[in-house]
Design a protein around this ligand. Structure first.
Ligand SMILES: C[S@@+](CC[C@H](N)C(=O)[O-])C[C@H]1O[C@@H](n2cnc3c(N)ncnc32)[C@H](O)[C@@H]1O
Length: 291
């Protein structure tokens, strides 16, 4: 079989042309343009077997990113495994929020205003494959990042990603429960940005999600407790302790959670100028608050 026939067949099997392209590229180690420049290239038996295996996995609803082992986030490629949550586009709003504050919003003239380049301390709680921490380290060269994660295996993937993106020297990866690995580091009152995309799904609703999520993504990355809000309570409490005065707490939230999270933040009486950012679908997705 030739590339063009295989692409046609894979599209037919999966009912999704984009996914067919991605699988073909990944199994054959090709760039997208190679498929169209050499449509008559024959496939070896070995290549066909690899592709068939991948198609079978996808038909069983294994997420595409776990099959290819890669996911793009903020235009950077991250390795992902079934031990890591798959980065979502809406989480890019956390990165945008931090960069907008650090560099100032784009002026009308389209220039980026830079603040004085003092060292910026960032904490990322529940770093997963490291996507938020690594992207911030890449875009803020004068940053020092502490990334905590409860899953040892996810943390290994995050370290690998940090090495690949050459920011491992500025990120301290710490295994453990939320803030506990930060204790004894004397960071209380010294953090400029505390960011997190915590598990925020309501436990009883996880099984009814699409099979890609419910059956394959790590439960500890999804489960936000009985009301989906258990992590926010702990994170907001810790933020009061770890953020410096005029430091920012920036959190991703699930659908409909914004008013409750906002109320929790307001109750502390420690934060001002709370802002809610909507995602591409108009969902209130990220909350930023200044201590
Ligand atoms: C929704 S995922 C987010 C991953 C990544 N930061 C992102 O935005 O794509 C939540 C992450 O929190 C981690 N996690 C869950 N409970 C935790 C805890 N108690 N302490 C630290 N990390 C935790 C999970 O393993 C998972 O990697």
């Amino acid at each position: 079989m030739r590339l063009r026939d295989v692409l046609y067949q894979t599209n037919h099997d999966l009912g999704n042309f984009l996914e067919a392209e991605v699988l073909l590229k990944s199994c054959l180690g090709l760039e997208r343009r190679d498929i169209y420049l050499n449509p008559d290239r024959p496939l070896t038996r070995y290549e066909l077997n690899l592709l068939e295996e991948a198609i079978e996995k996808r038909k069983k609803r294994l997420p595409l990113a776990y099959i290819t082992g890669a996911k793009e986030f903020y235009s950077l490629e991250f390795r992902v495994t079934p031990d890591t949550f798959i980065p979502r586009p809406e989480t890019e709003f956390i990165v945008d929020a931090v960069l907008n504050i650090v560099y100032g919003k784009r002026s009308k003239a389209g220039q980026v205003r830079r603040t004085a380049q003092r060292l910026i301390n960032v904490v990322d709680l529940g770093t997963g494959c490291g996507n938020i921490a690594i992207t911030l380290a890449r875009y803020i060269p004068f940053s020092r990042i502490y990334a905590t994660e409860i899953s040892k295996k996810a943390l290994e993937v995050a370290k690998e990603n940090a090495q690949r993106h050459r920011v491992i020297d500025r990120i301290t990866f710490l295994e453990g429960d939320l803030f506990s690995p930060l204790e004894d580091r004397r960071l209380e009152g010294k953090i400029d940005f505390l960011v997190s995309n915590p598990p925020y799904l309501i436990r009883s609703q996880i099984n009814s999600l699409m099979p890609e999520v419910a059956n394959y993504e790590p439960g500890i990355a999804l489960d936000g407790g009985g009301d989906g809000l258990s992590f926010y309570r702990r994170i907001i409490e810790g933020a009061v302790e770890y953020l410096k005065s005029r430091g920012y707490l920036i959190l991703e939230m699930g659908i409909g959670q914004a008013p409750k999270v906002k109320e929790m933040i307001e109750k502390t009486k420690e934060f001002l100028s709370i802002e809610i950012i909507k995602d591409y679908s108009g969902i209130e997705r990220v909350i930023t608050s200044l201590k």
